[in-house]
Structure formats: structure tokens, C-alpha cells
Design a protein around this ligand. Structure first.
Ligand SMILES: C[S@@+](CC[C@H](N)C(=O)[O-])C[C@H]1O[C@@H](n2cnc3c(N)ncnc32)[C@H](O)[C@@H]1O
Length: 296
């Protein structure tokens, strides 16, 4: 049903409603929490349907053959993708024996250890939380996701914000092609995907209001290249008030590289996590690893 047809149906519904109840119906539409929930859930539904569509073209690990991931063969690590496969689906995979959350540290014994699960994307619920609870309203702002991969941050930004422009920069051409096919199908006309190394995009970084870096370099670049990528980020994001979202914290990423944050560059904005409000579908520990900064 298109908008005009929906309007027509709504007029009919009003006419068929008892005259004395029409005002109550209108007030229900204006103020009801159910309608609010419906509207916000409709974004979740769209993101879930994109996820389902991508599942049929991306392997279970979320890793493409055309990628080179650092330490992909590490037996203690399982590569997953929280956007493609939420936690309950992973539980089903474990029950069906398709994957494990543990590895045997002494083959043949019951001495098992927890695998490190590395997700290469935010989950649908983390994305909803990011754009509705963590970030401020982003009307007319320019948002960039560095390393946009499946594009889930871009689609969520299009669903939840009134940003003027949403930019994804991604090294891998196959992921760029996947993103462009979703953008076309869902008419996300504010999203632009650029296939490039972020190190060549300093001017674009300067023009953005919000820059998102989710586990972006650590599994994809050598330590030397990671350090060079961070240098470009430090050098380009210099406009007072620019907002940066990172997972893990900037400090954690730099500690791994024995690097240092530039003096007086950013301050961390503490955001409140009301654990009571976090839905079961949303992994609390993953949410806690989201850090928010503002350029000084
Ligand atoms: C963990 S994924 C991030 C996924 C996505 N941003 C999200 O939050 O769901 C990191 C992505 O960054 C890309 N990447 C790594 N280094 C990059 C660089 N120097 N320039 C552009 N993209 C890069 C990788 O190809 C990978 O797809």
C-alpha cells in the first residue's frame, strides 16, 4: 500500500468509526506508546530483513574469501557477525553442533575454554541503541562509518536519524558492491559508499560531524599500518565538537600498539546505561564497550 492508498484507507477507517470515538482515535495515533513502539520496531524489522537477505550471500563467519584477516586461523578465536547472526541464532548453531563457544585446550578431555568471539559488525539492537540512546539527535549532520563492511551502521543511520549525509568508507570492493545493492534496493539516497583506504580520506574526515570506528583496524591491518591509520584519524578530526564513536576505547586500541593519544585532543562523553531498559536481545557487555568522544 503506498502513502495515498494508506491515507484513503485511514479516511475510510475514520468514517467507519463512531462519531463520538473519532477524537479518541486521533489522540491514540498522536500519543500512543504502542504507535511509538511500532514505529521504532519497524526500523528493527527493516534492519532484520536486510540482515536476512545478506545471510544468503555472506558466509556464516561473515568473512569473505577476498579478505585477509589477521590471525584468522587462531584456534582460540571464532569469527562471527552480530548483524547477520544475533545471539539466539548462535545459540541454535551451538545446539545443532554447527559452531561452539568453547575450544578444547587438551584434546579428548572435558577441559574446555571459552572461545574469543570476535564480531565484525554491530548487532541490530546495538545499532538501535547507538542511534536512539547513545548519540545525540543527528538532524542535518554528516555521519561517517570507517570500514563500513556490510553497511549496517549506514542503514541504521538512515533509519534512525535525519542526517544530511551518511558516508561509508570501506577497503574491500566486494563489501562495497554489497552495500550499494542494498542502498539501491531500499532507496537510501543519503548514503554514499566510497571504496578507499581511510588514509586517503583526510579531507572527507574533516567534513564529518560524527565518525564511527567499530573494531575497525585491529583485525584487518598490521600493527604498523594500524598506527598509520590512527595518525590520519588524529590529524584529520580536529574540528571542535566533532563526535567520535569507538569500540573498543581509543586508549585500548592504542595500548595494543604501544601508541599514545594526542594531548588535549578529545574528551570522553560518559553515557548512561540503564541496564533495566536494555532488551534481552542486546548484549550488555558489547554495549558497554561503546565509547563516545568529542574533539576539544
Ligand atoms: C569490524 S569491521 C566494521 C564493521 C562496521 N563498521 C560495523 O560497525 O558493523 C571493519 C571493516 O573495516 C575495514 N577496514 C579496515 N581497515 C580499513 C582502512 N584502512 N580503510 C577502510 N576500511 C578499512 C575492513 O575491511 C572491515 O570491513
Amino acid at each position: 500500500m503506498n502513502l495515498n492508498e494508506a491515507k484513503q484507507k485511514f479516511s475510510e477507517l475514520l468514517l467507519n468509526t463512531k462519531a463520538e470515538s473519532r477524537e479518541d482515535l486521533i489522540n491514540f495515533l498522536k500519543n500512543s506508546e504502542e504507535i511509538e513502539d511500532f514505529i521504532s520496531d519497524s526500523h528493527v524489522q527493516i534492519l532484520e530483513s536486510i540482515s536476512e537477505q545478506l545471510r544468503s550471500v555472506v558466509p556464516c563467519s561473515g568473512v569473505l574469501q577476498s579478505e585477509s584477516i589477521v590471525n584468522l586461523d587462531d584456534p582460540q578465536t571464532e569469527h562471527i557477525d552480530a548483524f547477520l547472526f544475533p545471539d539466539d541464532v548462535l545459540d541454535d548453531f551451538c545446539d545443532e553442533g554447527k559452531m561452539s563457544r568453547h575450544y578444547c585446550s587438551n584434546c579428548g578431555s572435558k577441559k574446555t575454554q571459552k572461545l574469543d568471539l570476535v564480531s565484525h559488525s554491530f548487532s541490530v539492537w546495538e545499532l538501535k541503541w547507538l542511534f536512539t540512546k547513545i548519540l545525540p539527535p543527528l538532524a542535518n549532520k554528516v555521519i561517517m562509518d570507517v570500514g563500513s563492511r556490510l553497511g549496517c551502521v549506514l542503514y541504521a543511520a538512515a533509519e534512525y536519524t535525519n542526517a544530511s549525509k551518511i558516508i561509508g568508507v570501506e577497503l574491500n570492493p566486494d563489501f562495497c558492491a554489497l552495500q550499494n545493492s542494498i542502498i539501491e534496493q531500499y532507496n537510501y539516497d543519503k548514503i554514499e559508499v566510497i571504496q578507499a583506504d581511510i588514509r586517503t580520506q583526510d579531507q572527507l574526515l574533516k567534513s564529518c560531524d560524527v565518525v564511527i570506528l567499530n573494531n575497525v583496524f585491529e583485525h584487518f591491518q598490521s600493527p604498523e599500518d594500524q598506527a598509520k591509520c590512527w595518525d590520519v584519524i588524529f590529524g584529520s578530526l580536529r574540528r571542535k565538537g566533532q563526535v567520535i564513536v569507538t569500540v573498543p576505547s581509543l586508549q585500548e586500541s592504542l595500548d595494543e600498539l604501544k601508541g599514545q593519544l594526542p594531548d588535549n585532543w578529545v574528551s570522553e562523553i560518559e553515557w548512561e546505561l540503564d541496564e533495566e531498559l536494555v532488551p534481552d536481545e542486546c548484549d550488555l557487555e558489547s554495549l558497554k564497550s561503546v565509547h563516545l568522544y568529542q574533539v576539544l
